[in-house]
Design a protein. Structure first.
Length: 205
């Protein structure tokens, strides 16, 4: 007795699996069940193998061929220590708590000033890239342009502890930070430029 409904379901299953190109073994079995021609699955599989062999490979050939990444790729974070005021904003905003900052206060005697001034001195600045999720919040939050993205990504380590980059290593990444794009000549001048510009002649107060 031939069950038509069952045949249609099997054929539909065969065409669906074939369209995804997966589970070749299951496809062969289903085909043989539906069509009843022994060896047709094997022939079909060989045809797929031959077709794939003649196709151009799309696999990236890294490390023999470096990938062509956009210049603003998020590879690693660089620190420009001279700009850092130890305000701690980046460490506070980091969702992963993977920025470690230590500092101490120094008292400065300023000539002519009524009282000595205090300033923060950086003792430690480190980022644990084993925890970092490359969200970029720290870079956005830094009000003093001390953190930058570098597209460098080749810093895999055998020991996970070596993925914590101390400030010397973060400083070294600065050499790999791409230069910022030029200002748009037709755009608004920066507010710092406007603030530094001399007042216009004849301006009323
Ligand atoms: S990129 Fe995100 S997760 Fe990584 S250090 Fe910055 S704020 Fe933290
Ligand atoms: S937010 Fe910027 S200036 Fe403040 S501690 Fe972080 S890197 Fe330094």
């Amino acid at each position: 007795m031939i069950c038509r409904g069952g045949d249609e379901r099997s054929t539909a299953l065969v065409s669906r699996v074939a369209s995804y190109g997966e589970c070749q073994g299951r496809l062969d079995h289903a085909e043989e069940t539906a069509v009843g021609v022994p060896g047709s699955g094997l022939a079909r599989g060989l045809a797929i193998v031959l077709r794939t062999m003649t196709r151009r490979a799309v696999t990236g050939q890294y490390p023999d061929v470096p990938p062509a990444l956009p210049p603003r790729s998020r590879g690693v974070i660089a620190l420009l220590e001279e700009n850092c005021t130890v305000c701690m904003l980046c460490a506070r905003e980091c969702p992963d708590w993977c920025i470690y900052i230590d500092s101490h206060k120094e008292t400065l005697q300023v000539p002519g000033a009524a009282r000595p001034r205090q300033r923060n001195v950086l003792d430690r600045f480190a980022i644990d890239f084993a925890l970092c999720m490359y969200c970029g919040i720290c870079i956005e939050a830094c009000p003093f342009d001390a953190l930058f993205w570098s597209p460098e990504f080749e810093y895999a380590e055998y020991d996970i502890r070596d993925l914590t980059h101390e400030r010397e290593r973060l400083r070294e990444w600065m050499w790999t930070v791409p230069t910022p794009p030029a200002h748009d000549l037709a755009g608004e001048p920066a507010k710092e430029v406007l603030a530094a510009a001399p007042p216009a002649t004849g301006a009323t107060t």
